[in-house]
Design a protein around this ligand. Structure first.
Ligand code: AHR
Length: 628
């Protein structure tokens, strides 16, 4: 390189370096002794619906896919006819079943089978079946056999054909009966490339229904949830679960709404239903399981009740709404009623004697989409009936209404990072005399299947606004919460937590939320900033009992932000810093790199008067400063 060229290269380098450090030193003044208002004790929570295989193929611990043989036989999706050796068999759909809800089945006709050449059916699971060493899998099925002899159940490795666990279940000819079994693995290799075989060694005919195999669950809850995903949820430090929210509550049509009465009781009495996200929900995770999910995380339900409007515009008002009003009252009774009430007794019968705590009920979902304008009257009619029987509950409207004053209005935001930066101060000047706000769905939507670091920056910026206004915003929940990352597993492109059959991971947005929720005080304090870049955001709350100032600093610029901080009320002890950082907004976590971005903890000395602190570009920091 000649001298001229080297000088030019040097000049470019200097210009890049000066650009990278071109931001002014900003000033942040925080008076930890000057309380502004209380932080809502229920601020951060969860919103859930069956979307992206959230429950079936996700949180719900079932491993068998299409366990109720939905669809048209002879070839039910995810089931294969198995003919080992020279055995001969056929399958067909049959109109008999073990219950009124499951009044159909698969019929297996075996014309040639023997102990060395069994015939039966096999299931490939939700993109495989996760099998681990020394683990107990709990199974059951309904059968009406004739001549086929005992049922043989095996977990089998797809690649080697090795049997990983097996059980034999004697069956009784001629009647529908439920059978249960256990499959226990030994020292096998952890893998999801496995399937379940259900076979017989004799000629005959057998009808089968509700073939289930459950993996171990969180807190060993029967018919419960996958432990790894529940642990991720616990890590978010939530206070509530909005259940079930979103389009899933409404259904495409009234017939396809979330009809809670079809989701309780024995699994064999749950007919399953099509969800608006275009697949069949087993309803194995039904109303009681939602409530038990809350119980396991020690959080409260925010009960969403169907309000007479479905997504394709079908709706009912006045007299026609009355049965749905009654359904909502019954649902509240199922959640909270004593054993002396009809639906409370039903809950007791289903195995949960204690009523669940409840404070908030949401009426409908996104009813601003109802172009007929019927929500005002539907809300008023439902609110009047609920308030007459249950005056103690706070009622949430899904869009502003005029005829009745709701306690809370649910606002939803799906935005780009830049759109969120622009509305971080939206609620600073909002009316404090009207209903409270529930931000029941929000997400920065960049990155797929799970949000990238740019989205985490948008989310963190937005959360500083939520915290600053947490006298008005009583609750906030991100959506959607989950996605199965396999091809075909996702209907919504940006989802907080990703998983396959074996693994799960939190996105950068997950970690941003987990950090914000884990480190929050009980009141906000006075904080002002000067000369910071336009993409710098902050929030300051104080925890009275812990004597900690929780400072959230979000630098969504890609350049470092130097700060001089004036802090009143601090003790001068070292502060703990939790940092979430990425080199670019595109950086992200994935099923193969689940931890590429994660919080890093450090300690820094802090001085009260003019503490110099640099927040690197693309960085979210939570600083915990001890108070006097
Ligand atoms: O979160 C995904 C969908 O977004 C919800 O089902 C719906 O309420 C909203 O439009």
């Amino acid at each position: 390189m000649n001298v001229k060229a080297s000088l030019a290269a040097f000049a470019i380098l200097i210009s890049l370096l000066t650009t990278a450090s071109a931001q002014n030193t900003g000033h942040l003044t925080v008076d930890a002794t000057a309380a502004v208002h209380e932080v809502s004790p229920t601020l951060y929570g969860l919103m859930t619906e069956e979307i992206n295989y959230s429950y079936d193929g996700g949180l719900y611990a079932e491993m068998v896919r299409n366990r109720t043989f939905t669809g048209r036989g002879p070839r039910f999706e995810h089931w294969l006819l198995l003919t080992h050796g020279s055995s001969q068999a056929t399958t067909s759909g049959d109109t008999s079943g073990p219950s009124a809800a499951l009044n159909h089945s698969i019929q297996l006709t075996i014309t040639s089978a023997s102990p060395t050449a069994e015939a039966g059916i096999a299931n490939d699971g939700y993109w495989g079946m996760a099998v681990r060493a020394n683990t107990i899998y709990t199974g059951s099925f309904y059968a009406r056999p004739q001549g086929v002899g005992a049922a043989h159940l095996r977990l089998v490795a797809d690649d080697s054909n090795a049997t990983l666990a097996e059980a034999t279940v004697p069956v009784t000819d001629g009647i529908w009966q439920r059978y249960s079994f256990i499959l226990k693995t030994g020292d096998v290799r952890t893998s999801s490339a496995n399937h379940l075989e259900l076979t017989f060694a004799h000629d005959g005919v057998v009808n089968l229904q509700l073939v289930s195999l459950m993996q171990p669950t969180y807190k060993n809850r029967a018919n419960g949830n996958r432990a790894d995903i529940m642990e991720l949820l616990a890590g978010m430090h939530p206070h509530f679960l909005r259940l079930p929210g979103g389009n899933y509550l409404e259904g495409d049509t009234i017939k396809e709404r979330f009809e809670w009465k079809d989701t309780i009781g024995p699994l064999v009495d749950r007919p399953t239903h099509r969800s608006p996200w275009n697949y069949i929900s087993t309803d194995g995770l039904g109303l009681l399981e939602y409530l038990e999910w809350c119980e396991d995380l020690k959080i409260e339900p925010v009960l969403a009740v169907y309000a007479g409007y479905s997504l394709r515009g079908e709706h009912v008002t006045g007299k026609d709404l009355e049965p749905f009003v009654q359904d909502a009252l019954d649902e509240i009774e199922f959640v909270t009623g004593g054993p002396d009430t009809k639906w409370g007794a039903e809950r007791v019968k289903d195995g949960h004697p204690a009523p669940f705590p409840l404070h908030y009920i949401e009426i409908g979902n996104e009813d601003n989409a109802d172009r007929s304008g019927s929500y005002d009257s539907r809300f008023a009619q439902m609110a009047a009936a609920i308030r007459a029987k249950y005056p103690q509950y706070k009622l949430i409207a899904t869009t502003p209404v005029k005829s009745t004053v709701p306690d809370v209005v649910d606002d939803h935001y799906y935005m780009t990072p830049e759109q969120f930066y622009a509305i971080v101060h939206k609620y600073d000047s909002a009316d404090r005399n009207g209903p409270k706000i529930f931000v029941g769905e929000w997400a920065t939507r960049t990155g797929t299947p799970t949000p990238d670091f740019g989205a985490a920056l948008g989310d963190a910026a937005w959360m500083t606004g939520i915290e600053r206004n947490s006298d008005l915003i009583v609750m906030a929940s991100y959506a959607p919460l989950f996605t199965n990352v396999n091809t075909g597993g996702m209907q919504w492109s940006t989802d907080l937590i990703g998983y396959d059959a074996l693994h799960s991971y939190g996105s950068p947005s997950y970690y941003a939320q987990a950090l914000f929720a884990a480190h929050i005080g009980d009141h906000t304090v006075q904080a002002t900033a000067q000369d910071v870049n336009p993409r710098f955001f902050y929030s300051a709350t104080v925890s009275t009992s812990q004597k900690i100032l929780h400072l959230k600093l979000v630098n969504a610029s890609d350049q470092s932000q130097s700060l001089t901080l004036s802090l009143t009320g601090i003790s001068g002890d070292a502060a703990k810093v939790y940092t979430l950082h990425a080199a670019t907004r595109w950086a992200t976590n994935s099923i193969t790199r689940p931890d590429a971005i994660h919080p890093v903890t450090s300690t820094v000395p802090v001085t009260a008067k003019s503490w110099k602190h640099d927040v690197p570009g693309n960085t979210i920091e939570v600083v915990e400063i001890p108070l006097k």
